[in-house]
Ligand binder design. Structure first.
Ligand SMILES: Nc1nc2c(ncn2[C@@H]2O[C@H](COP(=O)(O)OP(=O)(O)OP(=O)(O)O)[C@@H](O)[C@H]2O)c(=O)[nH]1
Ligand SMILES: [Mg+2]
Length: 219
């Protein structure tokens, strides 16, 4: 059962699905928020990206990413199978097009954990279907603390991510919504509120006129 608010998923008004893009500086808690949203909302599916970086020990093919070499990645781009793609931290990342288009047409929503470059491209490719949610850390000191305590990166990597954070944050104005992840539970609740409100936007409710006609006819 979904916590997202029953209004949209059970509404009798047919609608097109939407793309919810989460972007944030590395270490802000984007992945934790992504996991929580997927657990709590039945109508939301993750867009599983293709990447040329190596899998981490806990990562599974087709669950966290599709892991491919550069040649296979480039072939997907060349054949138009990538909705968006970008270079991040020296590796290639991209979102396969087909699962997204199928989900939207079926009224299902797709969650993207991608960077601002990808967000721009998805927004251009699917105008009107994309909602951008930017997640801010409470402070740079807290961001550095989180990067250090997750203990997954070397000192050089932490410094590189901290340096990138400031330029990453400069893109916040391109997004529709922004929240500060101070307390994870609160951030998740706010992200769910954005999702629910976005589903209820008039422009997404493609079955509205039919519903209104039936309603007014008393059926
Ligand atoms: N444009 C684009 N960016 C992606 C895609 N998949 C992942 N990313 C971004 O690439 C960055 C690095 O992702 P990962 O290699 O999984 O590393 P991570 O530890 O999760 O990095 P952070 O989440 O930034 O802390 C993150 O900002 C992701 O959001 C994609 O398909 N397209
Ligand atoms: Mg991440």
């Amino acid at each position: 059962m979904s916590d997202a608010g029953p209004s949209a998923p059970t509404s009798p008004i047919r609608r097109r699905g939407l793309c919810l893009v989460l972007a944030a500086p590395s270490g802000t808690g984007k992945s934790a928020i992504t996991r929580a949203l997927l657990e709590r909302d039945d109508n939301l599916a993750l867009s599983i990206s293709v990447t040329t970086r190596k899998p981490r020990p806990y990562e599974q093919e087709g669950v966290h990413y599709f892991f491919r070499d550069q040649e296979a990645f480039d072939a997907m781009v060349a054949s138009g199978n990538m909705l968006e793609w970008a270079g991040v931290f020296g590796r290639s990342y991209g979102s396969p097009r087909e699962p997204v288009e199928q989900a939207l047409a079926a009224g299902r929503d797709v969650l993207f954990d991608i960077d601002w470059q990808g967000y721009r491209q998805v927004r251009a490719a699917l105008p009107g279907d994309v909602v951008g949610l930017y997640i801010m850390p409470p402070s740079l000191a807290e961001l550095e603390h989180r990067l250090r305590t997750r203990a997954s990166d070397s000192e050089a990597e932490i410094l590189r991510r901290m340096a990138t954070a400031v330029s990453e944050i400069s893109h916040v104005h391109e997004f529709d919504y922004v929240l500060v992840n101070t307390v994870l539970e609160q951030a998740v609740a706010e992200a769910l509120a954005v999702l629910t409100a976005s589903r209820l936007a008039l422009s997404r409710q493609t079955g509205l006129d039919g519903f209104t006609t039936r309603l007014c006819a008393g059926s």
